[in-house]
Design a protein. Structure first.
Length: 554
């Protein structure tokens, strides 16, 4: 329980600081940033697990509290810092996006990572010292690392060649299947189902009159005359589009209920023609329900004032300020639940230019969704590429060597490719929601490789199994807690949010597998060929190098 408090208190402090900054910056959370409580819990606890794990190892070897804290800070603390900085940098890269789902998520998450780093490397060591001084923790009583484990460090990682070969085959399979990766454009598949609403809506559909369609786009003008010009321009545009038409019908209030004398008279003449036709010799004896309704409607002989128009009709063409007939309704001929059709409809009606050169812009929830989808598709590749570049540069700066930085990044690259392979095998698609996770997976997934390579470089040749037993355990626990944090989204009834959890869990899981399986096998394979960089083991603590086998030390 004391150990849990040592990690939980700094974690809760960092979360409180983070959402305090989020309130000052944005005041409210959006659909995507509302998930950050779970995400930052999983991310922040990683740093505490790594620091506590190394500190416990040092204390188990009978080092003093000060010495254990100093060693943990200068060794594991460095890996924690570079891991946190790469993750934060990856998330801050999202702030350059125009799409708020990206930008606000990146800012809040990046700030949260930095706060977690500060709390786990400053507050947590102080709590450890305080708890040990008061007797709440006694880490010197923990069992020390078994002697045979230290002496047996030079034992090779088993089946290294087979693991590397099998991993390479999986990578090749991922690259072959990569062109088949698809994107889920159907918004309907990403929205939750409300059974009660659907049942009641079905009843209404059975008794209501058939409507022109749903989700119309609206263009607001200053005067009814401008609305008529816009409607004319939209119809002309629809008539000219014969290859991929998306416009079904255009409506204005004055077309149904003319407001000028000339148009009113033209409408009455049209009604008179219909009335004459209905009373003619061909239809005068027709008594069907629809004909009777049309016959009653055709009795109008004088203009109708706005006040005589039924409220349910007038309301559709009335602005919030009470003006009637100043906007145009454009109904789509395609289903807007498909993102591609929403984008096509947006391109057709988003901007309308009238004959006199005036520009008008349409708006609707479907057009907003289409614009956001286009933004995400345009920005996501740049966000992912920028994130990877930032991570790679920070790796080079941290390790001071292209070879060590390359080894630290290998699990990330392999893990992401494995993730894409799994997505294809289980038919899980990228979509409007989970695209935001890709840059985060790059930043988070890199941590495992950083810690493993950092500790291996410190311990030296022949230490692979020892690194797996110590740092590997901490890496596994850290990644699992992060996966649990994202895994909370798997319980959401919202398919879009659930897809965020699915992609994150698979992505982080694959990078963890690459760090614990492929990376050790690759290091062993490189060791067997005497190709490990010469500075391996320079960071080993006093007396540790002597524990290595003579051949490995040489």
């Amino acid at each position: 329980p004391a150990m849990a408090l040592v990690i939980a208190v700094p974690l809760l402090m960092s979360l409180a600081w983070t959402f305090g900054v989020a309130y000052l910056a944005f005041e409210t959370l959006n659909l995507m940033t509302a998930t950050l409580g779970l995400v930052l819990f999983g991310l922040g606890i990683d740093f505490g697990i790594h620091f506590y794990g190394r500190y416990a190892e040092e204390r188990a070897e009978r080092n003093t509290v000060m010495k254990a804290a100093e060693t943990s800070f200068t060794s594991t603390g460095q890996a924690i810092t570079i891991g946190a900085l790469t993750t934060a940098a990856a998330l801050f890269a999202l702030t350059a996006a125009d799409f708020k789902g990206f930008s606000e998520f990146g800012f809040i998450a990046g700030v949260g990572i930095l706060f977690a780093l500060v709390s786990m490397t400053v507050v947590m060591p102080a709590l450890l010292a305080l708890f040990e001084r008061t007797g709440l923790l006694n880490l010197t009583a923990s069992a020390a690392m078994p002697t045979d484990d230290v002496r047996g460090r030079a034992k090779p990682f088993p089946a290294a060649r087979k693991v590397v070969l099998g991993s390479a085959i999986a990578v090749v399979a991922a690259l072959v299947l990569l062109p088949r990766a698809s994107f889920e454009y159907d918004f309907g598949e990403l929205e939750p189902e409300y059974e009660t609403y659907e049942a009641k809506d079905a009843v209404i559909d059975r008794v209501s009159t058939q409507s022109v369609g749903r989700n119309p786009a609206y263009i607001v003008t200053d005067t009814p005359e401008e609305a008529a010009k816009v409607a004319e321009a939209v119809r002309a545009k629809a008539a000219a589009d014969t290859t991929s038409p998306t416009i079904k019908e255009v409506q204005t209030f004055q077309e149904r209920f003319p407001l000028r004398d000339v148009t009113q008279q033209a409408k009455l003449e049209r009604v008179a023609d219909i009335r004459a036709l209905l009373n003619g010799k061909y239809l005068q004896n027709e008594a069907s329900e629809n004909i009777e309704r049309l016959r009653r409607a055709a009795q109008t002989r004088s203009p109708i004032s706005i006040d005589q128009v039924p409220e349910y009709l007038r309301k559709r063409f009335t602005t919030k300020s009470g003006e009637v007939g100043t906007f145009v309704m454009i109904y789509p001929s395609v289903g807007l639940s498909d993102g591609r059709q929403s984008i096509a409809f947006s391109e057709d009606v988003g901007t309308i230019r009238t004959a006199d050169g005036q520009e008008y812009h349409a708006g609707s929830t479907s057009l907003v969704a289409a614009d956001m989808l286009q933004l995400m598709q345009q920005e996501a590749p740049w966000m992912v590429a920028g994130t990877f570049l930032i991570v790679a540069l920070l790796m080079v700066v941290n390790f001071g060597s292209l070879r060590w930085a390359g080894l630290a990044i290998v699990p990330l690259v392999v893990g992401v490719l494995w993730m894409l392979l799994i997505l294809e095998l289980v038919a899980l698609e990228l979509n409007f929601y989970n695209l935001v996770v890709l840059p985060a997976v790059l930043g988070i997934g890199n941590d495992a490789g950083v810690h493993m390579v950092h500790r291996y470089r410190e311990e030296g040749i022949g230490s692979i199994r020892h690194v797996l037993r110590s740092t590997g355990e901490h890496v596994a626990m850290g990644s699992l807690t992060t996966m649990i944090g994202f895994g909370g989204l798997l319980l959401s009834f919202h398919p879009g949010l659930r897809s965020i959890g699915e992609l994150a869990v698979i992505g982080i899981g694959m990078t963890l597998l690459a760090a614990l399986l492929f990376l050790p096998a690759l290091l062993q394979w490189i060791e067997d060929r005497n190709a490990i960089p010469a500075d391996a083991g320079n960071g080993a603590g006093p007396g540790e190098a002597a524990a290595l086998e003579p051949e490995a030390a040489a």
